[in-house]
Write a protein that binds this ligand. Structure first.
Ligand SMILES: Nc1nc2c(ncn2[C@@H]2O[C@H](COP(=O)(O)OP(=O)(O)OP(=O)(O)O)[C@@H](O)[C@H]2O)c(=O)[nH]1
Ligand SMILES: [Mg+2]
Length: 441
C-alpha cells in the first residue's frame, strides 16, 4: 500500500540516525502530516495527531530503558493505532446480520466473505438475497453461496425486500443469517425506507455498512448518515487492497464513532479480515508485530545495561561482537529488525543473504579459540588459523577473511564513539549501520 511505503520512508529518516533530537522529531511530524494528508486523512485529524505526537514525544516522560528514537517510534505507532480505530471482536454465536451500503461498495461480495468467515469458524450459514432491484443480484449471491458452501434463500420475483426476509426466516435453520440488500447511487429517503422495513422484518443483531476504501475521508460522513437512519453495529471497509485512500477511510470512520468491523482486501472470499488497528498500522510500518518487537528491544537493552560494564566496551572484540549478534537474533526475523532500523523495504533476497551471513558468522565464532575471540588480529596474521576456522565452521577461507575485514570495519566505527556515550548508543549505531555493511560485496 502506498501509504505504508511513504510512512516507512518518513520513519526511516529518523531511524537511520544514530541519535535523534527535537529537530528530527519535528521533521518527522512534518513528513507524517504530508503522508497522511495525501492519503486523504482529514486535516483536522492530522493536526490533532501531530500535536499529540509532539507533546508525547518531546515533553512527556519517556520510559527509562528506551532511547529517544525508540520512544518516538512507540509514540507514533500508538497514535496511529488510535487514529485508525479499535480492534473488532465479531460474535461467534447464532445471529442475524444485515448488510447495507451504496451501489458497488462491495455488499454482495462481502456477504459471501462473511459467510466464508463463519463457515471456517464451524457455524452453519444462510445467505438471503433481498436485493429486489436486479434479478442478476440474486443470481450473483446464489453463485457465491454455492462457492462458499452456504445455504441460499430468496423469493424470485418478489418486489418487497421485507417479504423476502420474512419468508426466508420461516425456512432458515442455519445459525448465522446474512441478508444482502440493494444499493442506491446516493443516501436517500427511498434507501432509508427500504432498510428500515428490512430491519423491522429481520431484527438484525448486527447491521454492517459496507464502504469502499477509495471513498477516503467521505466514508466518515457516510457512516454517520447511515447510522442516524438505521443504527449500525459496524462498518466494513472494502477494496483496501487497491486504494491509496484506505487510511483516510478508516480514520474517518473511527472518528465518526462507528466501529470498523472487517476489511476487504481483495476480490476472493478469503480476502477478508477481522479489523485490527494494531495489525493495520504494524503492516503500514513494515513491522507486523510492532509491540512485540519494541518489547524485546526494551528487554534486551535493560539486560545489556545490567550486563555490560562500560570498560569492557572500550575495545570491540569478537567476543562482545558475538554477544551483540545474539541480541540481534533475539529480536526475531531479520526482515523485521531491518525495517525497525529504518532499512525500508529491504529486498527479500538481501534479508535472506544477511540471515545466512549471520548464521555463518555465528558458526565461525564458535570455531574460534578464546584467545582468538579476544584478539582478531592473531587470526588475520595466521593462514593456519584461518584454515582451521573455515574447516571447523564449514565455510570457505575467503569467507573467514571477509568476516575479519567486516569486523575490522565495525571496530573502526566503534572507535569513533570512543568518548563514551554509553554502550547502548554504540550498539544502536552499529545496528543501524548493519544492513548496509552486510550487503554482500
Ligand atoms: N479489489 C477488491 N475488489 C472488491 C472488494 N470487494 C468487492 N470488490 C469488487 O467490487 C465490485 C462490486 O462488488 P459487489 O459485491 O457486486 O458490490 P455491491 O455493493 O453488491 O454492488 P451493487 O449490488 O451493484 O450495489 C466487484 O467487482 C467485486 O469483485 C475488495 O475488497 N477488493
Ligand atoms: Mg450487490
Amino acid at each position: 500500500m502506498d501509504l505504508g511505503k511513504k510512512l516507512r520512508e518518513a520513519l526511516a529518516k529518523l531511524t537511520n540516525r544514530p541519535y535523534v533530537d527535537e529537530n528530527d522529531v519535528k521533521a518527522l511530524i512534518k513528513d507524517l502530516q504530508r503522508v497522511l494528508i495525501s492519503s486523504d486523512v482529514s486535516v483536522k485529524l492530522v493536526f490533532e495527531l501531530s500535536k499529540r505526537i509532539e507533546q508525547k514525544a518531546l515533553r512527556a516522560e519517556k520510559l527509562q530503558a528506551l532511547t529517544l528514537k525508540e520512544h518516538v517510534m512507540t509514540v507514533v505507532y500508538d497514535e496511529l493505532v488510535s487514529l485508525m480505530g479499535k480492534t473488532y471482536q465479531p460474535r461467534l454465536d447464532k445471529h442475524k446480520i444485515l448488510v447495507c451500503g451504496l451501489f458497488g461498495a462491495g455488499k454482495t461480495t462481502t456477504c459471501a466473505k462473511i459467510a466464508h468467515y463463519y463457515k471456517t469458524k464451524g457455524l452453519s450459514v444462510a445467505l438471503v438475497a433481498a436485493d429486489i432491484d436486479r434479478p442478476a443480484a440474486q443470481e450473483q449471491l446464489e453463485q457465491l453461496a454455492k462457492s462458499v458452501g452456504s445455504a441460499f434463500y430468496t423469493v424470485k420475483g418478489e418486489k418487497n425486500a421485507a417479504a423476502i426476509v420474512l419468508d426466508s426466516l420461516k425456512k432458515i435453520k442455519e445459525e448465522v443469517i446474512i441478508v444482502d440488500s440493494a444499493g442506491r447511487s446516493a443516501f436517500d429517503e427511498s434507501l432509508v425506507g427500504e432498510l428500515r422495513s428490512i430491519a423491522s422484518a429481520l431484527k438484525p443483531d448486527e447491521n454492517y455498512l459496507v464502504i469502499s476504501g477509495d471513498m477516503g475521508q467521505v466514508a466518515g460522513k457516510q457512516a454517520m448518515e447511515f447510522n442516524s437512519a438505521v443504527p449500525l453495529s459496524g462498518v466494513i471497509v472494502t477494496k483496501m487492497d487497491g486504494s491509496g485512500k484506505g487510511g483516510g477511510a478508516l480514520s474517518a470512520v473511527a472518528a465518526s464513532g462507528s466501529k470498523i468491523a472487517f476489511v476487504g482486501i481483495g476480490e476472493k472470499v478469503n480476502d477478508f479480515e477481522v479489523y485490527s488497528s494494531e495489525k493495520f498500522v504494524g503492516r503500514l510500518l513494515g513491522v507486523p508485530d510492532f509491540e512485540g518487537l519494541m518489547e524485546k528491544i526494551k528487554e534486551i537493552s535493560q539486560q545489556q545495561e545490567q550486563d555490560t560494564q562500560p570498560a569492557e566496551m572500550d575495545k570491540l572484540t569478537i567476543e562482545n561482537f558475538y554477544q551483540q549478534l545474539k541480541s540481534v537474533k533475539k529480536l526475531g526475523p531479520l526482515g523485521n529488525v531491518f525495517s525497525m532500523l529504518g532499512a525500508v523495504d529491504v529486498p527479500k533476497d538481501m534479508v535472506q543473504q544477511s540471515e545466512q551471513k549471520l548464521g555463518k558468522y555465528e558458526a565461525m565464532i564458535n570455531s574460534m579459540t578464546k584467545a582468538e575471540k579476544k584478539d582478531a588480529y592473531i587470526i588475520k596474521a595466521s593462514p593456519t588459523r584461518i584454515a582451521r576456522i573455515a574447516k571447523g565452521s564449514g565455510v570457505s577461507e575467503k569467507e573467514v577473511k571477509e568476516f575479519l575485514s567486516q569486523f575490522e570495519k565495525m571496530e573502526k566505527m566503534m572507535g569513533k564513539f570512543k568518548n563514551d556515550r554509553g554502550f547502548r548508543k554504540k550498539m544502536e549505531k552499529m545496528m543501524s549501520g548493519m544492513p548496509k555493511d552486510m550487503k554482500i560485496g
